[in-house]
Design a protein around this ligand. Structure first.
Ligand SMILES: [Zn+2]
Length: 58
């Protein structure tokens, strides 16, 4: 069963967002509960994911 992904897959989606508490795989939500535009995620989430990857490779 193919499901169309409406947004670009962001690698940061594999971690829980420290800002909006979105679980892995779920898009970030703004303060009103709407998804962020264009599959974007919070900068905190991107940073968190980058840190995690860096630590994994270290
Ligand atoms: Zn978020």
């Amino acid at each position: 069963m193919a499901r169309r992904e409406p947004t670009i897959h962001n690698p940061a989606l594999v971690v829980t967002c420290p800002r909006c508490r979105c679980v892995p795989g779920a898009p970030c939500l703004d303060t009103r509960g709407s998804r962020l535009k264009d599959g974007r995620v919070h900068r905190d989430r991107t940073a968190f994911h980058r840190d995690r990857e860096a630590r994994r490779r270290a």
